[in-house]
Design a protein around this ligand. Structure first.
Ligand SMILES: Cc1ncc(C[n+]2csc(CCOP(=O)(O)OP(=O)(O)O)c2C)c(N)n1
Ligand SMILES: CC(=O)[C@@H](O)[C@H](O)COP(=O)(O)O
Ligand SMILES: [Mg+2]
Length: 643
């Protein structure tokens, strides 16, 4: 595959059109396989240009996906795609070519592998670093039941930085199960990969001495499959091990118990097919190191891999230029305001440090990285470490701000409790992507952070209703709290409120009434307070006059404000974008139940179910969290018409 962009494929010449399952691939010559790969690449470019989605990672594994489905027998053999954002070719080759047009759309295919979607999706993914554990578990099940199917984990170099991946490899060293780990090394996570492992892998790829001996080692392995006598086999193996130990940086993986092979060119189908066939014959844990280019075959993506990790769609399939009609620039994103405010504060305070787990651009901490590189830490896809690392900084008197997506913070739960909260350490958690996130779907919605943080003693939890509040809350968290503190805010644009240069500290645990009313009160936090206002307007048309409060703090809850409101209304409604179990609504009900006189409380929020993928509007409608849905729930709950 040359560097140029593949030419469009006409329907008549399409071999891909004849591929309905991996079985169809197996009849093809290597040359035709290459055509399939080229067509797949073109198809992904067209698909993402049309509808958006994850992009550069799938382009990087085109040949690998084709080779895997050519050599292995999925769904009998199980291929686990780590994160799964690179599985578009896999989906195209496993009978979902047509339906890929609905990728990430409401009611359509998911953007990640899902066991409910296809028998070819051996294990659901979305979060990083799970594939080796899953494959190891499946291999143990196979071994216990006397099966012979193969287990393959395909994991990127970024995802390989996650602790789980090492835990799984270490365990494989004991079980010695037949698992193939394919390390897809493109030296990128979403941003450039970080850490010692990255350097290690670069060294492997660059190690000339090793590359010279590699051919010899490879030939030795091939020899092992031939009819050599036992003594000769053991001699070759010893020789191979000796050479590897001396020259192979892959000895690191070997030390954990996986035999290391590679690196090989992940865009060379012939090499891939040969290597995979060899791997099929080896009955123990092994790692095949495959070197690829993220965005391969689409120049703009190769040249700016971070930008093209994912795309909203609407670009020219040759030049990559945006072709959608220019949209008016919306209000700044919460993330941008967060990043800018943190830099503003850190420039004045050398104690402030910033931590991301491989999401510098998504969280806008790249602003901090550029401004204050010494105090910026990208720890890799390692949320657990990020949290305890922050605790370490805090205990030494620094002010760490740990910006992690709500869904990924789930990884760091014990660290939050054990390392941060129990020691009452001043770590600021900037919880990004709190609430629904849209097209990424159930693996990525930030549905649980309030539920998992609220029970933890010592925590202060706030939710800004707009960007200025976010600025003020960040300031408050850094200078008016002494223990663990979380600020949760959603993905995307703020309200467009004019930003005030002056930062005003908020009184901890104090909310505010933003609409006076009677009969019924709507309590919300975060940007949903504006929806609560819309609901109040809608209800007013029905003869009601709801009071609306912005609670600002989920913990400590403003019980004085609730008491004040309780004097004016007979019914309370909580509106929140978190699971209804354990969120603000639960906090309010717990408080009401602790009083002598009870008030009926209606909770609206995310259901006790995993919310699907789709546009935010569709998901709000589905969960009843749009204005119409909330209004209807309130009308069913509150019979009173007090005007
Ligand atoms: C636990 C977790 N943290 C963060 C992410 C966000 N994320 C998705 S893909 C990705 C980079 C993955 O890099 P790599 O595994 O090398 O795959 P590549 O995109 O390079 O193919 C990150 C950080 C995630 N999905 N899961
Ligand atoms: C696969 C993955 O986990 C990320 O690429 C994620 O989709 C990023 O989400 P945002 O677009 O919200 O940054
Ligand atoms: Mg990578």
């Amino acid at each position: 595959m040359e560097d140029s962009i593949p030419v469009p494929v006409s329907q008549e010449s399409s071999i891909l059109a004849s591929i309905h399952s991996p079985e169809d691939l197996k009849k093809l010559s290597l040359e035709d396989l290459q055509h399939v790969a080229d067509e797949c690449r073109r198809e992904v470019i067209n698909l993402v240009a049309q509808n958006g989605g994850h992009f550069a990672s799938s382009l990087g594994v085109v040949e690998l996906s084709v080779a895997l489905h050519y050599v292995y027998n999925s769904p009998r053999d199980k291929i686990v795609w780590d994160v799964g954002h690179q599985a578009y070719i896999h989906k195209i080759l496993t009978g979902r070519r047509e339906s890929m047009k609905t990728n990430r759309q409401y009611g359509g295919l998911a953007g990640f592998p899902r066991i409910f979607e296809s028998p070819y999706d051996a294990f659901g993914t979305g979060h990083a670093s799970t594939s080796i554990s899953a494959a190891a578990g499946m291999a143990a099940a196979r071994d216990l039941s006397g099966g012979t199917e193969k287990m393959i984990a395909v994991i990127g170099d970024g995802s390989m930085t996650g602790g789980m991946a090492f835990e799984a490899m270490n365990h494989l060293g004991d079980t010695k199960s037949d698992v193939l780990v394919i390390l897809n090394d493109n030296q990128m996570a979403i941003s450039p990969s970080t850490g010692g492992l990255k350097t290690h892998l670069v060294n492997i790829a660059l190690n000339k001495t090793y590359n010279k001996t590699r051919k010899f080692i490879w030939n030795s392995i091939s020899l092992l499959n031939n009819d050599l006598g036992d003594t000769a086999k053991s001699l070759v193996r010893k020789l191979e091990d000796g050479i590897k130990a001396a020259f192979t940086p892959g000895a690191f993986f070997e030390a954990l118990g996986l035999r290391y092979f590679g690196p090989i060119d992940g865009h060379n189908l012939e090499q891939l097919v040969k290597a995979l066939k060899e791997m099929q014959e080896l009955p123990h844990p092994k790692l095949l190191h495959v070197v690829t280019t993220k965005g391969k075959g689409f120049k703009p993506a190769e040249e700016n891999q971070s930008k093209w990790h994912a795309h909203n769609g609407g670009f020219d399939t040759t030049t990559g230029k945006t072709i959608v009609t220019a949209q008016k620039a919306g209000p700044p994103k919460y993330q941008e305001v967060f990043g800018e405010t943190l830099v503003e504060l850190a420039l004045k305070d050398p104690r402030i440090t910033a931590i991301t787990a491989a999401m510098p651009s998504g969280t806008s901490l790249d602003l901090f990285q550029n401004a204050l590189p010494n105090r910026f830490f990208d720890v890799g896809i390692a949320e657990q470490h990020a949290v305890t690392f922050a605790a370490g900084l805090a205990i030494q008197g620094f002010k760490p701000v740990c910006a992690i997506y709500s869904t990924f913070l789930q990884r760091g739960y014990d660290q939050i409790i054990h390392d941060v909260a129990q020691q009452n350490l001043h770590v600021v958690f900037a919880i990004d992507r709190a609430g629904l996130v849209g097209e990424d779907g159930p693996t990525h919605h930030g549905a649980f952070d309030l539920s998992f943080l609220q029970p933890i003693p010592n925590f202060v939890i706030m939710a800004p209703s707009d960007e200025q509040e976010l600025r003020n809350m960040l300031y408050t968290a850094l200078y008016h709290v002494t223990g663990p503190v979380a600020i949760r805010y959603p993905r995307g644009n703020g309200t467009g409120i004019a930003l005030n240069k002056t930062l005003i500290p908020l009184e901890i645990g104090k909310g505010r009434i933003i609409r006076q009313g009677n009969g019924i009160a709507l309590l919300a936090a975060g940007p949903l307070v504006w929806r609560a206002l819309e609901v109040a307007e809608a209800l007013q048309k029905e003869g009601m006059n709801p009071l609306v409060a912005d609670m600002r703090f989920i913990k400590p809850l403003d019980t004085e404000l609730i008491e004040e409101i309780a004097q004016q209304v007979t019914h309370l409604v909580v509106i929140e974008e978190n699971s209804m179990i354990g969120g603000l609504g639960s906090g309010v009900i717990d408080y009401i139940n602790s009083r002598k006189s009870k008030i009926p409380v209606l909770k609206t929020g995310l259901p006790d179910a995993f919310v699907t993928h789709g546009s935010m509007e569709e998901l709000y409608r589905e969960t009843g969290l749009d204005v119409v849905g909330i209004t209807k729930s309130i009308k069913d709950f509150y019979p009173g018409n007090v005007t």
